[in-house]
Structures are given as structure tokens and as C-alpha cells.
Design a protein. Structure first.
Lengths: 153, 351
């Protein structure tokens, strides 16, 4: 009457006693370390060289931002962003614009550089090398943060 | 036990139970949101709600899973078990709110159906750090929905108890899916050790409590009972059984509850017909064996519920010789009358 149920319970917990701790260990072990610089640097081409690095560029968030140039292409740049705190914004995207910013919406010439996850983002800039970057939430359709980028060499 | 279908048979205990539950839930969400807003001012209300509801649902499920073994280990936890299904349904509803807000936050406003987006937006099933953990939460929610939808005696009767029980044992799969959902989701980016500690404590509690109660229950099954020549087995001694209570023994692989009452001994199945509660841990009240879980009652001499109720449990032949109780391990059909064994004057004196 009850014994098959007891056996099923015991078997379930004998399995869970291994599966749950194993899942915890595997999941914790797979976490990316906060210092991902080494891993990201390996995603850059060998011709890339660092231009500048700053942790105080953005207006509202502490994001370590690194700019890289490309010795093979003077118009090619790379940027790596490492937020020091989770952004808590759904679908964050990085945009570049060379024109003035009225503080409201993305400028008309804003170009999508890429989605803001842990990887190297590349973009091309011709002509004026100064501009503005925007972190834009695709889900909220709102600018999350912005920074002025001084002239890139 | 009910003759007709009622959505919820409210009584004072259930109302108090639910009021306490909802108050604590509201307090938890408000506290979580308040502390979250203070520590992370840039977090939106949606984000705080998603996290608060998610953690609340997981904590509720942990509590739900701990109630069963706790009640087995210590009877003072029985009041928590009484209305556990309300706790379970609340767990599902809180989880549903978390899932709904998450779907809206991360998968809507695009040109793909949000439910489709949930499964196709992240195809990295081969990665651990980038695993599409949201699908794990979705499947856990489906299981919790099936359990919540069938959390009523109506379904228990119509699905039959074994089928209903098999369905509700999927809660363990749901729990494992949720642990994976959290460890492969929030814990991949959350550096605060608190969430990880909560997860580890939850897993440790659930597993260790279940193993402890299984060990204690198994000790009954491991008892070796001496067999007599006429098929009866010596189960225990009379003085081991308190008045109006029972001793529980394992005979031929099943549990038998041997009750002592009014100078008599009767033996019935230990398994309540309602939700397999341990009748042997109950007492005799108003002449009926009363299940400690939900109060279902059975007459000790025939295992039948008093009119107008119709539940029945198997009975066992029993006799008393020189202070020793002998039970025939072969059960009689549920509801079969068995003459109780009479105790001698000396034996009948209550302990």
C-alpha cells in the first residue's frame, strides 16, 4: 500500500542527494571571474593596441571602459566595457553618435555597435573621431547612460 | 470525506493559516524591495519585483518541502502540514508572477512571441555559464501549475490516489529544476554571497530532513518480528501501547497500526485513505482513530469511516496472549469487521 511510495521517495532522494550538490558545484565553478580582461584581450586581433582606459567615463554607472585602435586600419576601433555592478537593464545595447545630444532621445545618426555583454565590441569611425556613446535599453526603449568620448587617435 | 464538491471548505484554522501566510509574503516582498532599492538605487521597480517574487517562490517551495519530513520527525510541526496545499498553491502563484514579469521584461516588445523568444533567444545549451536557464524555470512552473490545479480532494478521488500521488511527487523534479534555474541564472552574475548561501542552506535542509525522516521510518521496517506457528506474528507487548494510541509495526512490507482503547486491542492499516497519513501517529477520539494530518476518522474494529463518510482501510486479525500482541499479517478487505482482542484486567490498566 505505502511501501512502493516510500521506495520511490527514498530513490528520489538518493538521486537528489547527488544531483543537487553536483549542480551547485558545476554552476558555481562555471561562473566567470570578475576580472575577464585576460579572456577578452584574447578576442582582440593581434594588431589591436590600447588607446585609453577609464573607470569614470560614464555619467551614472561605474563601467571600466577600454578603447583599442587597430594598427592595420586607422578607422577601426574596439571597445570593452566591464560594468562594476550589474546594469539591471533588459537588453542593453551600445550606440555611437558623432552629433550633439539633446538629453532626450538617441541622436538621428546613432549607430548600433552591439549588445552589451561580456565581449569585445568593434566599430568604425571615419572623419571626426570624437563622439558620444550611449547605453540604450532595447526593452525599455530608453537611454540608460551616456559618455562623451574624446577624440580617438 | 465531502459528499459534494466545494472549492475550499473554509474553517477558522484555514483562515488564520492563509492570513498569516499572505501577511508574511507581503512583508517579505516589501522588505526585499526596500532593501533592494537602498542598495541599488538604479534598479527599477520591475527588477526588484522580479527578484523579490522569484526568491519568495523558492523560499516558499523550500518550506513546503520541509514540512512533510518535519512533521514526521516532530509532531509539533503538524499544524503546518494541515493546510500545506494552500502554501503550495501560493508558491505556484508567486512563481507565476515572477515568470510573467520576467517574460514581459526580457522577451516582450519584440517581433517574436514572448513564449517562443523564451526558448530561441539563447540557444547556448552546450554552455554552462550561458545556459538558457529561463527554460528550466518555465518547466518547473509547468509542474507547479499541474500540482496547484489538482490540489483538491476532487482530483485525488478522480485521478485515484496512486496517480495523484505520482503527479505530486514531480515536486522534487520542479525543485531540482529551480535549483538549476537559480545557479545557472542569477548566480552566474550575482556576486553577493547571500543568494548562494540561501541556495546551499535550502538544498541542505531539504535533503537532510528527508534523509533523516526516511532513516527513522526505515527503522520500523527493519524490525524483525517473531512468527508464531498459526500465521500470527508477535508484534509488540500491550504495555508498549499507550491508551487511545497505537504502536506501529511493519508486517509483510506494510505498516500496521495497533490501537489500544477501552480494554481492547484492534489493528488496522497505518495508511489513511485521504493522503496516506500515518494513522498510527493519531489518537482515538470519540471512539474513532483520527488521522493526525487532516482529521479523517475510522472505527478501529472495522476500519470504516463513520457515516456519512465512506472511506475504509484494511483490518487485521489480532489477539493478545500473556501481555503479547499477535497480529495476522494477511490484511482483511477494507471495512471488514474484526472482533477486538480483549485485555485482561491487569493488562487493561492504562499506562
Amino acid at each position: 500500500m505505502i511501501q512502493p511510495l516510500r521506495r520511490a521517495h527514498r530513490l528520489t532522494f538518493a538521486i537528489l542527494a547527488f544531483v543537487l550538490p553536483a549542480t551547485l558545484l558545476v554552476g558555481l565553478g562555471a561562473r566567470r571571474s570578475q576580472s575577464v580582461q585576460t579572456r577578452m584581450a584574447s578576442d582582440l586581433p593581434s594588431s589591436a593596441y590600447m588607446i585609453r582606459r577609464s573607470g569614470r567615463l560614464w555619467q551614472k554607472h561605474a563601467i571600466v571602459t577600454e578603447f583599442f585602435g587597430d594598427s592595420h586600419d586607422t578607422q577601426q576601433f574596439y571597445v570593452i566595457l566591464q560594468p562594476q555592478q550589474p546594469l539591471n537593464e533588459p537588453d542593453p545595447l551600445l550606440y555611437w553618435s558623432s552629433s550633439a545630444f539633446n538629453g532626450d532621445a538617441l541622436p538621428d545618426d546613432a549607430r548600433l555597435i552591439g549588445a552589451l555583454d561580456s565581449k569585445v565590441l568593434s566599430f568604425q569611425v571615419a572623419g571626426a573621431r570624437a563622439g558620444r556613446m550611449f547605453i540604450y535599453s532595447g526593452a525599455h526603449r530608453a537611454i540608460v547612460d551616456t559618455t562623451l568620448v574624446e577624440k580617438l587617435p | 470525506m465531502s459528499l459534494q464538491y466545494h472549492a475550499i471548505s473554509w474553517n477558522q484554522n484555514k483562515k488564520v493559516y492563509d492570513l498569516v501566510l499572505l501577511s508574511l509574503l507581503a512583508l517579505y516582498l516589501a522588505t526585499f524591495a526596500g532593501i533592494g532599492a537602498l542598495k541599488n538605487p538604479s534598479a527599477t521597480t520591475e527588477t526588484l519585483l522580479i527578484r523579490g517574487l522569484g526568491t519568495a517562490a523558492f523560499l516558499l517551495l523550500t518550506i513546503v518541502l520541509c514540512i512533510g519530513p518535519l512533521a514526521r520527525l516532530n509532531p509539533r510541526f503538524l499544524p503546518l502540514l494541515y493546510n500545506r496545499r494552500h502554501l503550495g498553491v501560493t508558491t505556484f502563484l508567486v512563481g507565476l508572477a515572477h515568470g510573467g514579469f520576467s517574460l514581459s521584461q526580457f522577451h516582450s516588445l519584440g517581433n517574436i512571441n514572448p513564449l517562443v523568444s523564451l526558448f530561441i533567444s539563447n540557444p547556448r545549451y552546450a554552455s554552462v555559464a550561458d545556459f538558457p536557464f529561463q527554460s528550466l524555470g518555465f518547466f518547473a512552473l509547468v509542474i507547479l501549475f499541474l500540482m496547484a490545479a489538482t490540489s483538491h480532494d476532487f482530483w485525488l478521488r478522480n485521478l485515484s490516489a496512486p496517480t495523484w500521488k505520482r503527479l505530486h511527487m514531480l515536486v522534487y523534479l520542479a525543485y531540482a529544476l529551480l535549483v538549476a534555474h537559480i545557479i545557472l541564472g542569477a548566480l552566474q552574475s550575482e556576486r553577493n554571497p547571500l543568494l548562494g548561501a540561501i541556495l546551499i542552506v535550502s538544498v541542505g535542509l531539504v535533503v537532510s530532513l528527508h534523509l533523516a525522516s526516511a532513516w527513522r521510518a526505515a527503522s520500523v521496517d527493519r524490525m524483525k518480528l517473531a512468527a508464531a506457528t498459526d500465521g500470527f506474528v508477535q508484534a509488540c507487548t500491550v504495555d508498549r501501547i499507550p491508551e487511545k494510541c497505537a504502536a506501529v509495526v511493519s508486517l509483510s512490507g506494510e505498516r500496521v497500526a495497533i490501537f489500544r482503547y477501552d480494554g481492547k486491542i484492534s489493528a488496522i492499516s497505518n495508511v489513511c485513505q485521504h493522503q496516506n497519513g500515518p494513522l498510527g501517529e493519531g489518537r482515538i477520539i470519540d471512539g474513532c482513530v483520527t488521522c493526525p494530518w487532516h482529521g479523517y476518522q475510522y472505527r478501529p474494529e472495522d476500519g470504516a469511516a463513520p457515516a456519512p463518510f465512506k472511506e475504509k482501510v484494511p483490518t487485521f486479525q489480532v489477539r493478545v496472549v500473556d501481555g503479547a500482541v499477535f497480529v495476522n499479517p494477511r490484511p482483511n478487505a477494507a471495512g471488514t469487521y474484526v472482533e477486538p482482542a480483549q485485555l485482561e484486567m491487569e493488562e487493561a490498566r492504562p499506562r
